[in-house]
Design a protein around this ligand. Structure first.
Ligand SMILES: [Zn+2]
Ligand SMILES: [Zn+2]
Length: 266
């Protein structure tokens, strides 16, 4: 099983997961040509995708043209029952390819077992992260993805426990956000709908303390280009991992409109 973040930021999100039998994307918030180019780079054709799982309907996660192109190619698009009314417009004929999911009810994309979990991120119809179970090298493995989280709830860290790969948002640096010139209401919105680097570190610490296995990689996603930097995010989370004795876990940062490294489950 391989995982590659094709892009992740407030201007676009798309994550590719694939093995010899199945391929899937999480979110389609970039251009079709950009996604197609990166799928082909990894020998995957657009129409052969087994599914596209949508976390929520913000435009950085669902580009209407990309969404309609998936439906046109009969690629099943999975979205939550509550977010379904907020999907971009599409023809009634292609609606057959939209499959709804409910939190905590697993569904399959190819051989990948996907369990959605709710997060508080403010999006019409709600937002979910995904726990993805795959059989890699004859072992069941778990990949946890949540790129837009919001306020931390008691269960948030639990979703990330015992993951082999963690993809988690590390959106902003609190000091950079505080000194930004944007209006106060926007600052409040960012504080309540996205995780700061410190909050990301807090969730990871709790999850790792409860875990009986060690992740093969932690990937930091949705890093703000204006109110954070890859260096700051890496430093904050890296410091916390060191403090709790987990500095050996590879820490990877995602990029804005530039595909990241391929992470393969060993
Ligand atoms: Zn987003
Ligand atoms: Zn969002």
């Amino acid at each position: 099983m391989k995982i590659r973040i094709l892009t992740s930021s407030s201007s676009g999100n798309c994550i590719l997961l694939w093995d010899n039998t199945s391929s899937c994307i999480v979110d389609c918030g970039c251009s079709v040509s950009y996604a197609k180019r990166h799928l082909l780079d990894n020998n995957i054709s657009f129409s052969s995708l087994n599914g596209a799982c949508i976390t929520h309907v913000h435009r950085d996660h669902i580009n209407p043209i990309f969404f309609r192109a998936l439906l046109k190619q009969n690629v099943p698009v999975f979205c939550s029952t509550t977010a379904h009314p907020y999907l971009p417009t599409h023809s009634p004929a292609t609606n057959l390819s939209v499959v709804t999911y409910a939190p905590f009810v697993p569904f399959f994309v190819g051989t990948m077992k996907i369990t959605p979990f709710p997060v508080t991120h403010d999006s019409p119809g709600g937002c979910c992260g995904f726990s993805i179970e795959v059989n890699a090298k004859r072992k069941m493995r778990k990949i946890t993805i949540a790129t837009d989280i919001g306020k931390i709830e008691p269960a948030t860290a639990d979703y990330f426990t015992n993951s082999d790969i963690v993809i988690i948002e590390s959106n902003h640096d609190i000091a950079m956000l505080a000194s930004d010139s944007i209006p106060q209401f926007l600052k409040t919105r960012i504080r309540t709908s996205h995780l700061s680097n410190d909050e990301c570190a807090e969730i990871l610490e709790k999850a790792l303390q409860k875990s009986t296995i060690k992740p093969e990689a932690i990937i930091l996603a949705h890093i703000s280009t204006d109110r954070n930097s890859k260096t700051l995010a890496r430093q904050c989370i890296g410091d916390r991992l060191r403090r709790i004795g987990h500095e050996s876990i590879p820490l990877i940062v995602s990029h804005d409109h530039c595909a990241g490294e391929i992470v393969e489950l060993h």
